[in-house]
Ligand binder design. Sequence first.
Ligand code: ZN
Length: 195
Amino acid sequence: MMLHWIINPGLAVNELLLGQRVPKVTLEDKISDKPRIERSFVPCPHCNTYHDGRTWSIHNGTAFKNWFGLYCPNCGQIIPCLTNATSFIILILTYPVWGWFKSSLKENWLKKQPDRYRELSYESLPKPYQGKNWIKSGLLWGLFMLISMTLIFLLFEGKAITLGTILIGIPLWTIGGLGFGYFMKKYSMKRNASH
Ligand SMILES: [Zn+2]
């Protein structure tokens, strides 16, 4: 999962535009018999709090806009995150543009964070990969990737999109999306073998 986050160029869109982030360290409860998504924890290296992995989720409205990292609602500091390789290149190339505003942007962003974490809930979360939901989630992901990869391709190659790229892209990302959905179903719903 971590390697995928770093090498998939399309995820630069998630990271830079949407502000979706993946922490550098995620811990897994090896004793609980719950699905993996319910037994993952993110430690804060500043205050040593073990946060439920679902603290930063679509359900809580905190899955996106985390441009500066994952905010720790306990101590107000930032939990270190991975950086996608394509994002990294884009950030370096555009540094002269945003470098000037970095501190003020971060300050404004930090001010807004406490409000976002006032009411966190882990109950009755929608399960995007449970049952047959993985098909819809996977296809949506494939569509998102098709659009993102086209954007990234345009940015780096500077070429116009041809009918050919779309005709190859659609079946490719339909299969890719279904594969991703199925993997996520297996991954996020995985229980410990001992139970
Ligand atoms: Zn903390």
